[in-house]
Design a protein around this ligand. Structure first.
Ligand code: ADP
Length: 293
């Protein structure tokens, strides 16, 4: 049963209070919220968010993937959902089912033309993200994976303030020192908004030869892990550079089945294993509620 204004106590409450209650109710239906952040663009944050959501769903968890990148929503492209029409029921927006255990909602579905850059100031973005969190109907979820724009601006700040308890950050970086420097800002941001850091993922970390399986470091390696140690946050693992990720992303064919037995797919599964197992610094695991939504 979905929340609606009539399900909630009305006595003397203002529309703002009612909206707040609806938001809290909606968030209470979600076990854990994983906010995928990065210090800068191009490090593979959306790719990691999408693959984490897919890998979690493959373990039988009920997963929602929410893309709030107003300036460049890429989740619809990665999952081949570009022309998706949003369906409304009353004031609720229906999440788009992608598989038995995975549903998606992207701000890109609501933008007039996905190709036009959107210039919105902070308060408008906050309002949009708040409405999104309140109005998207997911049903009961074990995990909501949120793909935020890069950096530590309005969008991650809004989500961190709105999602409520059981939230944590997964920070994505590449191994170079230049990228790693941005991670410090991300960790500081999480501290400032009291968002626990679930851990750091080092993406595009080396290349595994498909023929012989040999691992070659393309850039410097280990920067993410070193920084995790230095900043006392968990390290979740390295995802190697995998050309099939680029090809699948460009074609909108993120592997949704168990065919993804590449080193990168195994690395994503390992990261998911650590997230599900939980770390002392993480929000605790919700009760098991497997099975279709
Ligand atoms: P961001 O969200 O950080 O801007 P994207 O997820 O859009 O980055 O990724 C940027 C580009 O890098 C995309 O073309 C994507 O396919 C590619 N990419 C991301 N991770 C990997 C990886 N592990 N191996 C190969 N290509 C990757």
């Amino acid at each position: 049963m979905q929340p609606s204004p009539k399900d909630l106590p009305l006595a003397g409450e203002s529309p703002q209070e009612l909206e707040e209650q609806m938001l809290q109710h909606r968030m209470s239906e979600i076990g854990r919220k994983l906010l995928v952040l990065s210090g800068k663009g191009g490090v593979g944050k959306s790719t990691v968010a999408a693959n984490l959501a897919v890998s979690l769903a493959q373990t039988g968890k009920r997963v929602g993937l929410l893309d709030i990148d107003v300036h460049g929503p890429s989740i619809p492209q990665l999952l081949g959902l570009g022309a998706q029409q949003v369906r409304l029921v009353g004031e609720e927006i229906l999440a788009v089912p992608v598989s038995d255990h995975l549903a998606v909602m992207s701000i890109g579905f609501l933008l007039p033309d996905g190709r036009e850059p959107v210039i919105w100031r902070g308060p408008r973005k906050y309002g949009l993200i708040r409405q999104f969190l309140k109005d998207v109907r997911w049903g009961q979820l074990d995990y909501l994976v949120v793909d935020s724009p890069p950096g530590t601006g309005d969008e991650p700040l809004s989500v961190a303030q709105l999602v409520g308890p059981q939230a944590g950050a997964v920070i994505v970086t590449t191994p170079q020192q230049l990228a790693v420097a941005d991670v410090r800002r991300c960790v500081a941001f999480c501290d400032a908004v009291s968002l626990p850091v679930i851990g750091i993922v080092e993406n595009m970390s080396g290349f595994v030869c498909p023929a012989c399986g040999e691992h070659t470091d393309l850039f410097q390696s280990g920067g993410g892990e070193a920084l995790a140690g230095e900043m006392h946050v968990p390290f979740l693992g390295r995802i190697p550079f995998d050309p099939s990720i680029v090809i699948a992303g460009d074609a909108g064919r993120l592997p949704l089945g168990p065919e993804g037995q590449t080193p990168a797919a195994r690395a994503f599964a390992d990261v998911v294993g650590l997230i599900v197992a939980g770390k002392p610094s993480e929000p605790s695991e919700p009760s098991e509620k497997n099975g279709p939504r």
